[in-house]
Design a protein around this ligand. Structure first.
Ligand code: MG
Ligand code: MG
Length: 259
């Protein structure tokens, strides 16, 4: 576990803000008919134009800039040339490496008009993220984050993915500690000031179980029902988490979008 200096925290903030802006560029063009590969190309160009390097491309040989996970795909989807359809959802997860520090942010987008059931899944998953973030204050424990996420998801009847977790973040995309989206209050490592974490609930409309697709990357729900995923980068502070990343740029684009 690495505790970051204020200087390092600022560099992580800059990288995560560039991810937030990249996701906003992606948000502009998400519409039925566009392909995940087209989103990927836009994202890579935008990151490089702004002084960053795609954080996922080449990481463990992942082939692309974005992880794009559609409907029953949970995370780690490889961008395809399959056009998005009205009513789909797509989790877009993006990493940036800049000034030797990573940012890592995800947002699940609606494609065209989605059902009320799906809208509620997305809203609740965002709330899970918010609750997880609020639990990440100095003196609390890792289990408090997971418990906050799990309690809210399960109260709403959803499944919490356990096989994939949030993580520490810094000079490496994935650092200790792991940040599960389930857990018990008061359990696990104590959170200290300066710890930077990526918190990323993956919440299923149906059961929690997942499996890996034959492509060796994509994680999908076992029951074939949709899954949502939102991610923020935070730093643990004495009186609560400070969120370093932002979904504001994305949401500004979405609020102006007509479809
Ligand atoms: Mg991510
Ligand atoms: Mg992550």
């Amino acid at each position: 576990m690495f505790l970051k200096t204020e200087e390092e925290i600022e560099l992580i903030r800059e990288s995560s803000l560039l991810v937030g802006k990249t996701l906003a560029e992606v948000a502009k063009i998400i519409t039925p008919g566009v392909t995940p590969l087209e989103l990927d190309a836009i994202a890579e160009e935008f990151i490089r134009d702004n002084g960053g390097v795609p954080g996922f491309k080449g990481y463990n040989d992942f082939p692309n800039t974005l992880c794009t996970s559609v409907n029953a795909q949970v995370v780690h989807g490889i961008p395809s040339n399959q056009p998005l359809k009205n009513g789909d959802i797509i989790s877009v997860d993006c990493g940036v490496l800049m000034n030797e520090f990573y940012g890592d942010v995800a947002y699940t987008f609606e494609v065209g008009e989605v059902s009320d059931k799906i809208k509620l899944l997305l809203k609740t998953t965002k709330e899970c993220l918010q609750r997880g973030v609020e639990a990440a204050k100095a003196g609390n424990r890792i289990g408090d984050i997971g418990a906050a996420v799990q309690t809210w998801a399960e109260k709403n009847g959803y499944g919490v993915v356990r096989e994939l977790v949030g993580h520490g973040l810094g000079r490496n995309l994935h650092e200790a500690p792991e940040v599960p989206n389930y857990g018990r209050r008061g359990n696990g490592m104590k959170l200290k000031e300066g710890l930077v974490l990526a918190i990323e609930p993956m919440i299923n409309l149906g059961k929690r179980n997942v499996k890996q697709d034959s492509d060796g990357w994509t994680i999908v729900t076992s029951d074939g029902l949709p899954s949502a995923h939102f991610e923020h980068d935070i730093v643990v502070r004495k009186n609560g988490a400070e969120v370093l990343s932002t979904h504001e740029f994305v949401e500004e684009v979405l609020s102006k979008k007509v479809n």
